[in-house]
Design a protein around this ligand. Structure first.
Ligand code: F0G
Length: 446
């Protein structure tokens, strides 16, 4: 495909280095084959995450210079408050330092031991926070998502039949719709699917909460892939999406285009008051929630910039360029291309490595070994038995890398594909009880 023209030019640059092959090998051993432990200066191209890693615009930097760092009633908070209200249509938002702080508030306010949570697929920290209070999680993505190579446009959807069954059975305390569905391959959720899910939760009196961290990217796909909304602006699709919810939380590190930040909004005033009490205990006063004034200024501007359709065309175009290139090499990918990342599914290409030996992690290690490229496993290492796929995720930071960085990545992937039979599995030598992939230590199986 044609590479999309950048709707920006570069004003500040940050040098990157390619360590020697010997150094890469040594660093892998020292990091116990866990790429979270590799110093970022030793990474040439960093696709670990699109969270908080993007480039800021000059409008954001300018706003940050004007930040007010007051504890209470700061000008920066009122700017952010207005920006969140305009972005979401919700009133009286609660600032948090990042998404998972809102997840902990939600878990404490809505859940308890044995409470059921239903989702199109929770992200790992959301899952972790909900499991930590004893909740039972039901991830029910639409059956169309199982065929990763089909052209079905909205593989992030929730399975509405299964949702109704679970609601009928009872005990569901929360339904969470993740836009886009990160763990399910960065796939969008159709606005109509959200509307139907909301109607069901209303009928059964269960609150529906949106995980909105990539809601602008999701809205762009709704506009492009559902003809009903092709004449709508992304801004209006985002607002319409929020209308079909009882609350939402957002990590501002994604579509907030910021290095740090997030918010929680809730329609229920009593729950909102409870969240504010806990916020003061855990995060900070209700006018900053763990954020500096500079963070709040950056997010206030970022929320607006994320709705710029030329920016979104470029962003999704980059992901599509990388995904298509990977598919042409022969790797299986999550198709069609999603919002923030390309996903390789390795089950077939690395069929000689059993799931218990983490085949996707094996490719993650090889990408670093051959090209100092950092990616992340989203499979059996991250999700143990709950893994639905064996993905390697290439999350593209916003407004940061150019075409040549993506072409370099494709060259490395082409080389690995040619000798993929030589890749070996891994075993875990240490793992913590929760979210094991962050701290796990591994060794290769020779
Ligand atoms: N929900 C989704 C869908 C996410 O992707 C993330 C973070 C969170 C919630 C938590 O937000 O990091 O601000 O606490 N995802 C990052 C990633 C870390 O790499 O996908 P956070």
């Amino acid at each position: 495909m044609r590479y999309p023209v950048e709707p920006f030019r570069i004003k500040v640059v940050e040098p990157i280095n390619l360590p020697s092959p010997e150094e890469r090998e040594r660093l892998l051993v020292e990091a116990k084959y866990n790429l979270f432990k590799i110093p970022s200066e030793k990474v040439f191209i960093d696709f670990l995450t699109d969270s908080g890693t993007g480039a800021l615009s000059h409008h954001q930097w300018a706003a940050m210079m004007e930040a007010d760092e007051s504890y209470a009633g700061s000008r920066s908070w009122f700017r952010l408050k207005r920006a969140i209200e305009e972005f979401s249509g919700y009133e009286d938002p609660i600032p948090v330092h990042q998404g998972r702080a809102a997840e902990k508030l939600l878990a404490t306010i809505y859940l308890h031991e044995g409470a059921k949570v239903v989702s199109n697929t929770l992200f790992d920290t959301t899952r972790g926070n909900f499991l930590a209070v004893g909740a039972e999680i039901y991830d029910i993505p639409t059956p169309e998502a199982l065929d990763i190579s089909s052209d079905y446009p909205f593989k992030g959807n929730i399975d509405l039949n299964r949702l109704e069954e679970l609601l009928k059975e009872g005990g569901v305390k929360l339904v969470v719709m993740v836009l886009t569905n990160n763990t399910g391959g960065g796939q969008p959720v159709d606005l109509d699917n959200l509307k139907e899910a909301y109607a069901l939760t209303q009928r059964y009196g269960v609150p529906l909460i949106i995980d909105a961290c990539r809601i602008a990217e999701n809205a762009y796909f709704v506009k492009r892939r559902n003809p009903k909304y092709s004449g709508w602006s992304v801004k209006d699709i985002v607002l319409e999406s929020f209308r079909y919810s009882d609350g939402a939380f957002m990590s501002g590190k994604k579509d907030g285009l910021s290095n740090m930040g997030g918010f929680l909004v809730l329609r229920d005033e009593r729950k909102r008051m409870r969240a504010k009490e806990l916020l003061i205990l855990w995060e900070g006063f209700i006018h900053y929630g763990g954020l500096s004034g500079r963070d709040m200024e950056s997010m206030a501007v970022g929320l607006k910039e994320s709705l710029d359709e030329r920016y979104l065309e470029h962003r999704t175009g980059q992901v599509a360029y990388l995904t298509e290139g990977i598919r042409e090499i022969g790797w299986d990918v999550m198709w069609p291309p999603g919002g923030h990342a390309a996903y390789i599914e390795v089950s077939e290409a690395l069929a000689h490595i059993p799931k218990e030996q983490f085949p996707a992690h094996s490719l993650v290690v090889e990408l670093y070994r051959r090209g100092a490229i950092r990616t992340v496993e989203v499979g059996s290492l991250m999700f143990k038995d709950a893994a639905r796929y064996e993905f390697v995720r290439f999350a593209i930071p916003r407004r940061m890398y150019s075409r040549a960085h993506l072409d370099y990545t494709l060259d490395v992937l082409r080389d690995i594909y040619a000798s993929k039979g030589n890749l070996r599995g891994f075993r875990i030598t240490y793992e913590p009880p929760h979210l094991r992939h962050f701290l796990a230590e591994l060794e290769p199986i020779l």
